[in-house]
Write a protein that binds this ligand. Structure first.
Ligand SMILES: Cc1cc2nc3c(=O)[nH]c(=O)nc-3n(C[C@H](O)[C@H](O)[C@H](O)COP(=O)(O)OP(=O)(O)OC[C@H]3O[C@@H](n4cnc5c(N)ncnc54)[C@H](O)[C@@H]3O)c2cc1C
Length: 338
């Protein structure tokens, strides 16, 4: 099996933040055999392996990647009907929003709240993508992976993936060896709309269709996110912090309107965008090169000339300001690649 491996490929062109240096080696793989060959090549040349999907959740360093970047472009879809669920197995290189649209088109409930999240199917379990009250982990039955250490394919169950808030096994050191090749989503036949999220409540007089929910989500999102095809962004740059109830109570004394959402482990998730906007006045602020988006302060934008270093310094400054004002430790949602 011979695959095309190119050298000195600009990664800025493969990421939505539009920054970053070059990859020493770059291979786009289109099927499982090509993936095996790309990994074997990297091993033979003693190159580190970095996987890239649509590049919509990464910040590549200005120095680039001194190993091999493998871009997963494996495509394919299979639908299966069981008594109580519709199963969809999608290959990692499929555009996630295309399958969200397709499921809404055929009237299957499940993915519609995740409409317009950029990127590939293969990345969805990595950060357990979520929006408007739905996390993809709720819908993932299993994930097929290639283990770059044993060089074998295997199947991980939902529990194996250790899903958490924007987190999974694939983000942990022991999970970095896996490359996702396909994801099987299960949509319960007795499912209906999930409309608990503030912006979706009271929007429909009658029970909507999956397509109507998708349209509503797209409309809501268009005010909060810039068009990533035109503006450099990776969406929400930081995770919403999850804090102890006692800290939340202290913050409420100073900021009585600070929203808080109880989590299943008795903590409180606070919307960081609110803190950036109402406490720190950072909405729409920044420098000539990098700033927060005027529609949602959690979203950082490359104003045209930013380097990865500019974005990192700006993000670090925000983290420090939040800590100083609220004692909250903020984590990046975006993955650093170097
Ligand atoms: C405008 C905008 C809005 C967004 N809104 C949301 C949102 O509402 N909710 C949300 O959760 N996210 C959101 N995101 C973030 C992003 O779209 C998701 O994280 C998406 O899943 C990333 O997919 P990708 O293919 O671009 O991944 P990439 O950015 O290419 O990769 C992300 C990470 O996953 C790893 N990875 C990618 N593919 C594989 C694979 N096949 N196997 C193993 N590892 C892999 C990469 O190494 C990297 O660490 C948004 C981004 C933008 C730009």
């Amino acid at each position: 099996m011979s695959i095309s491996i190119t050298q000195a490929v600009s990664l800025a062109e493969h990421t939505t933040l539009k920054v970053g240096g070059e990859a020493l080696r770059f291979a786009a793989v289109h099927d499982e055999d090509e993936l095996v060959a790309a990994v074997a090549h990297a091993k033979k040349e003693k190159l580190s392996i970095t996987v890239l999907g649509g590049g919509s959740n990464v910040l590549v360093s200005d120095a680039g990647v001194s190993g091999m970047v493998i871009q997963n472009r494996i495509i394919g879809l299979a639908l299966e009907d069981t008594n109580d669920a519709t199963l969809l197995t999608a290959s990692a290189g499929e555009v996630f929003d295309d399958i969200v649209a397709e499921m809404a088109d055929i009237g299957v409930w499940g993915l519609e709240n995740l409409s317009h999240i950029p990127g590939s199917v293969g990345a969805t379990p990595v950060q357990n993508v979520g929006a408007y009250g739905v996390d993809v982990a709720d819908l993932i039955q299993s994930v097929r992976v290639y283990d770059t250490e044993t060089q074998e394919y295997s199947e991980l169950s939902n529990a194996d993936c250790q899903f958490g808030y924007r987190d999974s096994l694939f983000k942990k050191p022991e999970g970095k060896k896996y490359i996702v090749v396909s994801v099987t989503y299960a949509f319960a036949k007795d499912a209906g709309p999930t409309l608990d999220y503030r912006d979706l409540q009271n929007r429909f007089e009658n029970t909507p269709t999956p397509h109507e929910v998708r349209d509503a989500v797209i409309e809501i999102r268009s005010a909060k996110f810039p068009n990533w095809k035109e503006v450099g962004t990776a969406g929400s740059f930081f995770k919403n912090p999850i804090i102890e109830q006692s800290r939340y109570a202290i913050l409420l004394e100073t900021y009585p309107e600070l929203p808080g959402f109880p989590t299943t482990d008795q903590k409180i998730k606070v919307p960081l965008g609110w803190i950036l906007d109402k406490v720190l006045g950072l909405k729409g602020e920044g420098t000539e090169k990098v700033g927060t988006y005027q529609g949602q302060a959690l979203v950082l934008i490359n104003r045209g000339q930013a380097t990865a270093e500019d974005i990192t310094s700006f993000a670090d400054e925000i983290v420090a300001k939040v800590k100083e004002a609220t004692e909250i430790d903020v984590e990046w949602e975006v993955t650093k690649i170097k």
